[in-house]
Design a protein around this ligand. Sequence first.
Ligand SMILES: [Cu+2]
Length: 146
Amino acid sequence: MCLALVLATPTKSLSDVDLPPVANGDVGQAPSALPTESEGESVTVEIRGRMFIPNHVLLHHDHKTVLRFRNHDTELHTVVAKELFFGVDLNVGGNGAPEFSPDGLKRVIIPPEGFLEIQFTPARTGTFSYLCDMPGHDMQAMIVVE
Ligand SMILES: [Cu+2]
């Protein structure tokens, strides 16, 4: 009986040791999926044929937000949004090239077929226009924060 207990115990602790890495893997995936659904909102703007689609997007003041841009064109585009990101803590993901001014994020270059993700919390309400400043591109759109 004693032997059985001794044998049972190591087996149990071994499986406990095996489990955490699996659990960590799950936890590692959860943050990328969860905040967009339960904690904040996620909005995607498609860039296609030199247009931002949709060209009006509604975000919410003080809400965690993931704002994504997908460039479907074979040329590069930029997102130049001034006041929206000024003085705001943010994370920039994707394969774009962000440019910062002392005020904050001012411009991101998105390569062809590229992807930009900005995680931030809108600090001010208002209507914020943004544009692509590549020569010859007449691309402008609006982000409204309520
Ligand atoms: Cu453009």
